[in-house]
Each structure stands twice: as C-alpha cells, then as structure tokens.
Ligand binder design. Structure first.
Ligand code: 9D3
Length: 249
C-alpha cells in the first residue's frame, strides 16, 4: 500500500514509521510511505504556509495555495486513485472497522493540519473524509497519521509474523473482546504465582481460561464493547461463571 502524508513535519512521520512492525513492512515493500511538505510548495522568500484568520481570534490558518500545490504533486507521483483524509478533531472517530476499510485500498493521502487548522475552502474542495483519533486535544495531525499508518500496515498481507497474528487481536473478532492476561517466567514470584491452568499443558483448558478472562475483563473494563445477547451459549456460561467467581472468589 502507498501512503502519502502531507505535513509540515515529514521527518516525524519518517521516524515513527522506521521501527518495529511498520519499519519491517516498509523494508518488505508492503508499505510505500512518502512525506510531502507544503512549505516546499510555498512562494516567496518567507515561504509562508499560514496566515491570520479572517474574523480575528487566536492562532493561524493553513493557506490554500501551498496545500493545493503540495497535494497536486503528491497525487501526480502515482496514478492510483487515493482518498484524501484530513486528520482533525472534527472527524469521525477512528475504529478498527475503518482501519480494515482503509487497509484494503491501494493508496491513500493523509493531510495533517497544524495551528488552528486548514482554510475551509481547501477542505471542501479536496478532502474526501475527516478522521479523529479520539476525544483529546493534540497539537496537529501527525500523531493521527502515524496511528493510521501503524494500524493499516499491520493488516497488510505478510506484515505480521505468525506469532503476531492479526486475527487474534482485540477488536478483530466478531465480538471485539479485550485480551487475556499474559505471564512468563518465573512461575513463582513475590508478586504472585502464574495460574496453575497455564502450566497444566491442557490446551483446551488453557483456551477456555483465556476466553473466560477476555470476557470478564471486557465486562469489567469495557462494557460498551460487550453485547451479552450476542454471545454464544458457551461464552455466556463462561462469563456468568467468571462473574460469580469475581463476586465471591
Ligand atoms: C486549542 C485549539 N482548539 C481551539 C478550540 C482547536 C484545535 C485545533 C487544532 C484542537 C486541536 C487541533 C489539532 N489537532 C489535530 O490536528 C488532530 C486531532 C486532535 O486534536 N484530537 C484527536 N484526533 C486528532 S486528528 C488531528
């Protein structure tokens, strides 16, 4: 997949995409990431990319023309069609379903705002959709773009090794459940012992315990994710039993 990021801080994107799963995917040719700086398309000695807002008020607004020229250059670099996605607090909250949709595209263009935002006329003319990464205030769109790059790259065929399998991720199942607890050596520690079942070698019992822990944790921590009426009979039973043990251990 090709991703073009329009940003005043292209080094930031390059850095965040150099390590781990995303860095390896780029090495494997599964991700083709390009940064584009509107300042390189700004005119004049000062190469201005922003100006004061009409109507007054604090902060600056990103100008139409440098963005227009920058986006045109990014589009022209590859013939594949690409949605232009603006990262902004006014966007639709990002979900794993949206990540799956984006991951299936051959290409996308991510637009990162700085300052108070982008001239509305540019957004109206060029932007396909607006995405937010959550209800908190960031200083610009770059972290949002990095989040999208990471999440869609994980879903590219061949990006994950077997052990990292995307199918096992929370939110990826038919019913999005939180992950179960994990333990490693030592089996006994001053802060507690590893549950016996995980050392039993009984793979069915282990799978059962993990499923139950996932159900219980989701019920406790993220009840908004859990539609109990949609659970299988087996899951219902596991959850009811876990609730009972949780009440009186
Ligand atoms: C303090 C500035 N705010 C005035 C009421 C508005 C504002 C402008 C620009 C708030 C944040 C930003 C910059 N944020 C992003 O570009 C952004 C973002 C975010 O802030 N939260 C969640 N997702 C995203 S995606 C891009």
């Amino acid at each position: 997949m090709r991703i073009d990021v329009i940003t005043l801080f292209p080094e930031f994107m390059a850095q965040s995409a150099a390590l781990g799963v995303v860095g390896r995917a780029a090495e494997r040719g599964l991700l083709d990431l390009h940064g584009w700086n509107p300042r390189d398309y700004a005119e004049g000695n000062y190469r201005r990319v922003d100006d004061r807002p009409f109507g007054g008020g604090p902060g600056m607004v990103m100008l139409i023309e440098p963005l227009r020229a920058c986006l045109a250059a990014a589009k022209a670099a590859d013939p594949a069609p690409a949605p232009v996605i603006y990262l902004s607090p006014q966007g639709k909250p990002l979900t794993q379903a949206k990540v799956r949709e984006l991951a299936a595209l051959p290409r996308m263009i991510l637009l990162c705002g700085r300052y108070e935002g982008v001239d509305e006329r540019f957004l109206a003319a060029e932007v396909t959709e607006e995405i937010s990464i959550g209800d908190y205030v960031l200083s610009g769109g770059e972290l949002g773009a990095a989040v999208i790059v990471d999440a869609v790259t994980r879903l590219q065929e061949g990006a994950l090794n077997d052990v990292e399998s995307a199918a096992q991720d929370s939110f990826e199942g038919p019913q999005g459940l939180l992950d179960c607890p994990h333990f490693s050596q030592p089996a006994h520690h001053e802060w507690g012992d590893v549950p016996d079942v995980l050392r039993s070698g009984n793979h069915a019992a282990i799978a059962n315990w993990r499923r139950q822990q996932s159900l219980l944790r989701t019920w406790l921590r993220r009840p908004d994710l859990l539609d109990e009426s949609a659970l299988s009979k087996a899951d219902r039973k596991l959850l009811d039993q876990a609730k009972a043990e949780h009440e009186s251990p």
